[in-house]
Design a protein around this ligand. Structure first.
Ligand code: GLA
Length: 725
């Protein structure tokens, strides 16, 4: 069984195919972390408790007769605030006396098959109870009586586990949670780098790597969403870890709001990493009898570098995070009008898009922003979800009938959480947006954020969306989110609960996403937030695909797609061919093929040659769909390491097929190019589709393919498709 409890030694051992995670119930009920890393057979590792404590000023527990045990240095599972551990704490609860000293000790535990859902929050699930096993550990602060349940779910076959926490107040008093981290890992050593994904609008999820130091480092968002600027992902890796070698510990937070990941080398040469809701701007009041569930962290361990870590995340998310009908069936190939028309379109114009789409083999037309209210530019109408029939040339259902009559499916854009200052909704309910009294509301894109923490606000918006979605044949919804939260307060909350606004907003968004996916299970949802500003596992739980970035320049997209691929699968990456100026249509197609694939341009502008290229790409989309969407990704040449070329490949899980893609970002100085492939079966022979040449997997991986005669100029690209003999 993946979760094992040694009654005598009081040790928990959580094993997966490739990792072990061990902790013990130490004296006085302290939960002491012992080991996390490559799988080991031993469970008796109690000597790992000793972290070399020697400093006389370190606080100790007088009931423990071990001078080498101190909260200041010992490795913990769930360290409390202010009780002798000065590193980042996992929990701080302010009690009725006004202090936030918190000290949670072991009470009991249970182990059971499967994985419980987290109420109101997205989380990994099991398709069958045999896929995972869960350990719940109940801890209690003996002074305040406040309790917490620590959840550990082990996905044995994936070298992955999840951790989350539920805080319970069984006391008669009201308490306030000031800080709640969903996981804390105390590594015994410190020779690590930290990898994170930073960015901004048009430059999301670029990889950054730096050695850990004694200075606390981390990434965070306090923008109200997971943000363009830092993804809720971090990896702690060996200094010499690369794509194929070394230990990598990946952490990904299943949450779409403010988060923090922090790592620090402590003075005793260990490393503490914590991840959870960003405590800045957060506090939660827990009345007597209430509980609070913190979102979960997904933890993946790889003993063979970043590539294996990514592939584990991809498989896990494909099988146990992305839900519903679209998780495993082929997605429609779409064309979106946004970059071609902006809001300046008519129904007739879009019908010409659908006509061209039909000729080219495209499956669906998505009508983006501008179809409702008086929305001819971005200054008005968000919140007024009433079809602009004048623009569409009639009612929406009639317009969709025209599209469907061509054999083309129809998708539509919404930005549910927003309200324009110039809107009937804002004029009627100015207090329905996130704001605080007496302060000017900052405006962005001439819009405010609706207070989705309030049920009446959510109900109103959802009733409009429901009306449109239930009365019309809509196959796809793009859910957008185009500004951050500022002056974060809620008119629906009392003064002492204002710091709940951010989290309640996220819960409100999840509530509407849940209603929408329950009421309309056939609709394919695509997340979006000014491009990829909310690309996180929380959104992925509801929307199987997320628009990667508003930057559709194919060469710039490379670093975004490489970064995104660290933990998110290709099937999740919204990627389109656009009319952007750089690179030819073939290269744009080759890069977009890595993701969901689609078009974001006016197909009426195509030349005859373009049309032939697009038809070819549509065929390729179908031909390579399975290897890309269900196969394993190998990053061969990454843009953070090489200025000239990027290359990647997908290998089917049975190693029968592989698709290799290479792009020239800048004309290389040295034209000699041998590309060593990965992930193939060394004993199989593979036939190259175009040339008919056969090579062994061993040759392809060790000698590589000689590609000197392939395109070598700026923006050139090529694909090689291999099939096992
Ligand atoms: C955001 C999205 C775009 C488009 C516009 C519409 O910027 O990222 O794809 O939908 O909004 O306003």
């Amino acid at each position: 069984m993946p979760v094992f409890f040694d009654e005598e030694k009081k040790i928990f051992k959580l094993d997966t195919a490739g990792s072990s995670y061990i902790f013990e119930i130490y004296e006085q009920g302290y939960l002491v972390h012992l080991y996390y890393g490559a799988k080991i057979p031993d469970s008796n590792v109690t000597s790992f408790v000793d972290r070399g404590f020697f400093a006389s000023e370190c606080p100790v527990n007088i009931n423990i007769d071990n001078p080498r045990f101190s909260p200041d240095v010992s490795p913990f599972e769930f360290p409390g605030e202010g009780s002798g551990d000065f590193r980042s704490s996992a929990i701080a609860v302010r009690n009725e006396e006004g202090n936030n000293v918190t000290d949670m000790r072991y009470v009991s535990h249970k182990i059971y098959p499967g994985k419980p859902a987290i109420e109101g929050l997205p989380a990994l699930f099991v398709n069958d109870e045999s896929e995972a096993q869960t350990l719940e550990v109940l801890v209690r602060d003996s002074v305040t009586g406040v309790e917490a349940v620590l959840f550990y779910t082990v996905f044995e076959k994936y070298s992955a586990m999840t951790r989350s926490v539920k805080v319970i107040n069984p006391t008669a008093k009201t308490v306030r949670i000031e800080r709640i981290m969903s996981c804390c890992v105390d590594f015994a050593t410190h020779d690590y780098d930290m990898i994170t994904l930073y960015g901004k609008w048009l430059k999301e999820r670029s990889l950054e790597r730096a050695p850990l130091t004694h200075i606390k480092q981390g990434v965070a968002s306090k923008r109200g969403s997971s943000s363009h600027h830092h993804n809720p992902f971090a990896a702690i890796v060996d200094h010499d870890c690369n794509e194929d070698y070394g230990s990598a510990y990946g952490f990904n937070f299943v949450y779409s709001g403010n988060f923090v990941f922090e790592a620090e080398i402590d003075p005793f040469a260990g490393t503490r990493a914590v991840m959870g809701i960003n405590p800045e701007g957060f506090e939660w009041t827990l009345e007597s009898g209430e509980s609070f569930s913190a979102p979960e962290v997904v933890m993946v361990y790889s003993d063979a570098g970043l590539g294996k870590m990514s592939r584990t995340f991809h498989r896990l998310y494909t099988d146990n995070l992305i839900r519903g009908k679209w998780a495993h069936i082929k997605r429609p190939l779409l064309i979106n009008n946004w970059e071609a028309t902006g809001m300046d379109f008519t129904g007739d114009k879009l019908v010409t898009f659908a006509e061209r789409a039909k000729e080219l083999g495209i499956d669906m037309l998505v009508m983006d922003d501008g179809w409702f209210g008086r929305r001819d530019d971005d200054t008005s109408s968000l919140g007024d979800w009433i079809v602009n029939e004048e623009k569409l040339g009639g009612p929406l259902n009639k317009f969709i009938e025209r599209i469907n009559a061509l054999g083309i499916k129809f998708g539509i854009w919404f930005e549910p959480e927003m309200v324009s200052r110039d809107s009937d909704l804002y004029r009627a309910h100015p207090d329905w947006c996130i704001h605080v009294p007496r302060r000017e509301k900052s405006i962005a894109r001439m819009q405010y954020v609706l207070d989705f923490g309030r049920k009446e606000v959510r109900d109103y918006i959802y009733s409009l969306m429901y009306g449109i979605l239930s009365a019309n044949k809509i196959d796809y919804v793009k859910w957008d989110f185009n500004r951050y939260l500022s002056e974060a307060g809620s008119a629906g909350l009392p003064a002492d609960r204002q710091k709940e606004t951010f989290h309640r907003f996220v819960l409100g968004t999840y509530d509407i996403l849940n209603r929408l996916t329950t009421d309309f299970p056939d609709i394919l949802l695509e997340g979006c937030a000014s491009g990829g500003g909310r690309f996180d596992p929380g959104m992925l739980y509801y929307s199987p695909q997320i628009w990667c970035s508003d930057d559709t320049d194919p060469i710039e997209r490379l670093s975004i797609q490489f970064g995104t691929s660290l933990c998110y699968p290709a099937s999740a990456m919204g990627a389109h061919v656009s009319a952007s100026r750089r690179a030819c249509l073939e290269t744009k197609g080759n890069i977009a093929l890595w993701g969901t694939f689609g078009y974001e341009l006016d197909p009426n502008t195509f030349t005859e040659e373009d049309r032939e290229t697009v038809k070819l790409q549509v065929n390729e989309y179908h031909k390579y769909y399975d290897v890309i969407h269900s196969g394993d990704l190998y990053r061969l040449i990454t843009p953070d390491k090489n200025d000239f070329r990027a290359a990647w490949m997908f290998v089917s899980r049975n190693k029968e097929a592989a698709l290799v893609t290479s792009v020239v970002m800048r004309t290389p100085e040295d034209r000699a190019f041998f590309l060593k492939l990965k992930g193939l079966d060394p004993d199989k022979y593979y036939v190259e589709d175009e040339s008919g040449e056969a090579y062994s997997g061993a040759l392809l991986m060790n000698a590589g393919l000689c590609l000197n005669n392939y395109g070598n100029a700026d923006g050139d690209s090529f694909k090689i498709y291999l099939r096992a003999l």
